[in-house]
Design a protein around this ligand. Structure first.
Ligand SMILES: [Fe+2]
Length: 544
């Protein structure tokens, strides 16, 4: 900033050209504000610019409850355009941000290196080599989604979605494929991403990079700010899926399938205009049956939710959309969400048998949760959630800091009090249970730790580890482990965990199969991938 203060910026543009939005947003320091007002008194172009931006404060009402003016959807395209054309430049030369700025190169240093780096082509390989023996009962597809940007920089969370899939069949690894999800915005990028020129959302615009879920005969690639995209099990993109035109909202990447009814429960979020969150339900045949708004004060990052036999539970946590960050992009790889100490952390409980009824809200200590491991109704008129809890998230930028740990929340529906108990101090993420037990008291949850899978016994509150050796002897790096049940056996330990494991010493990956009944033993099979599989997010086993 100071290098431009006493002279023109390179190229001859006005020295204060990029200060207008910061002034309107109130983001300038006191001294800069006084300096700009002295300049403003004699500068007609800046006066015009400030007048043009006078409609910004109403938009702040979306993220700041203290501002009473209503939001105006028509303003959004202009804001986005300004962000592209002018405010992005401002980020380099003003303090147009709500968080402290650090040198960009020190932020997110890992997201394009090592196994976070993308691969640059799509492979198809047949009859993969195997060390060990693939169980004959495993017939189906293991599909896992993740970010794989085609070019440029960006936060790890926002790269183009690529699914890595392996077909297992009669004891052999029949094929491996990796394919980008070819959404409409992948094929023809749109200037304003998920927004139309009239300010409405373009829900077809998607990076589809977060999860793969099978429901009602459709395999869906999901990212939480858009509609799902249907793909085939051999990874062809079939097109956007909007439930026959009935869903006009995004779908979370973590929908829940009720094992009893076959219903798909999910929510939509990411809308900067109200409703910020909506709840939806589809029946077992894939017909949308419920859509209703959820009343929350602001747009927060709501990544997961919980389903039990009786309830749906929403997480309203203090990680808020930050318009100032969205407009200024202080870091090239940043996301526009920031921790806010003023925003209370709450759990919202909705009865499944009264889907349009009132939610009950329960206060909890400030925290953030990406993923819920397990949720169920307790016989004592309570709901239990076992979650991976962070003390806070993204206070200064959207880099990842301290790890999450396993906690248990018990929502007492009689007293209105939530009991919060830490169960373990290991840093873990990407928890999974046997999906056949969704909404019930699953005993075992498997999460990813450092060089290991951690399996929690949620009945006895104990844990065991499976550590991975790489091909070269160094620790392997597993991803999310998905449970593939053995045919016809309801036992949580009758089946196998599947996960891609990266070996940093050889820059290679295996699909590793661990027997759930011998969790700490040697894997039953390591399927050699033709090339490393980058770290990704979530996936599923889709049995024949
Ligand atoms: Fe997730």
């Amino acid at each position: 900033m100071t290098e431009y203060r006493n002279g023109n910026v390179p190229g001859g543009t006005h020295e204060y050209e990029t200060w207008d939005a910061a002034y309107v947003l109130g983001s300038l320091s006191d001294s800069d504000c006084r300096e700009y007002e002295r300049h403003l008194a004699g500068c007609v172009p800046c006066q015009d610019a400030v007048a043009e931006l006078a409609d910004l404060p109403p938009l702040l009402s979306l993220v700041n409850a203290d501002v009473a003016a209503p939001p105006c959807p028509d303003l959004l395209p202009g804001l986005l355009a300004r962000a592209d054309q002018r405010l992005a430049a401002a980020a380099d030369s003003t303090q147009l941000v709500t968080a402290p700025v650090v040198e960009p190169q020190t932020v997110f240093p890992i997201f394009r290196t090592g196994n976070y780096a993308p691969v640059h082509d799509e492979l198809t390989e047949f009859d993969l080599p195997v060390v060990g023996k693939i169980p004959d009962e495993l017939n189906g597809w293991y599909l896992r989604n993740g970010p794989n940007p085609r070019a440029g920089e960006g936060h790890w969370c926002v790269g183009d979605g690529m699914v890595h899939g392996v077909r297992l069949e009669n004891g052999r690894a029949a094929w491996y494929r990796n394919r980008w999800v070819r959404t409409e915005s992948f094929e023809s990028p749109v200037p304003n991403g998920p927004y139309n020129p009239d300010g409405s959302r373009n829900l077809h615009s998607s990076i589809a990079n977060t999860h793969v879920v099978r429901h009602a005969g459709k395999t869906l690639a999901l990212m939480e700010f858009s509609l799902p995209y249907e793909i085939s099990n051999d990874l062809k993109t079939l097109g956007v899926h909007d439930f026959g035109g009935t869903l006009t909202d995004s779908m979370t990447a973590h929908p829940k399938i009720c094992p009893t009814t076959g219903e798909l429960h999910f929510f939509g979020c990411g809308n900067i205009f109200e409703p910020h969150v909506s709840y939806h339900r589809a029946d077992a045949d894939g017909q949308l049956t419920v859509s209703r708004p959820i009343d929350v004060p602001a747009l927060t990052l709501m990544h997961d939710f919980a389903l039990t036999a009786e309830y749906v539970v929403f997480l309203d946590l203090p990680l808020l959309f930050d318009l100032g960050v969205a407009l200024t992009r202080p870091y090239e790889r940043d996301l526009p969400y920031r921790w806010d100490d003023r925003y209370p952390a709450r759990l919202g409980v909705l009865r499944r048998d009264d889907p349009y009824g009132q939610l009950r809200w329960f206060d909890i200590d400030p925290c953030f949760v990406f993923h819920i491991a397990n949720a169920y109704d307790s016989g004592r008129n309570a709901i239990v959630l076992e979650v991976l809890r962070y003390d806070e998230m993204w206070r200064h930028n959207s880099d990842f800091g301290d790890d999450a740990a396993l906690w248990r929340w018990t929502i007492n529906l009689d007293s209105g009090v939530v009991d919060e108990t830490q169960l373990d101090d290991r840093g873990v993420e990407f928890p999974r249970v046997d999906d056949r037990l969704a909404g019930t008291a699953a005993r075992h949850a498997v999460a990813v730790g450092s060089g290991a899978l951690i399996r929690y016994d949620l009945r006895d509150d104990t844990a065991v580890e499976h550590r991975f050796g790489g091909r070269g002897g160094a620790a392997g790096m597993p991803g999310e482990a998905v449970f593939a049940p053995a045919d016809g056996r309801p036992d949580e330990l009758a089946g196998w965990y599947l996960t891609y494991v990266y070996d940093p010493t050889t820059d290679s990956s295996d699909l590793v199969i661990v027997d759930a009944s011998d969790f700490e033993g040697e894997p039953v099979a390591r399927i050699r991938m033709p090339r490393r599989v980058p770290h990704g997010f979530h996936g599923n086993w889709i049995a024949d």
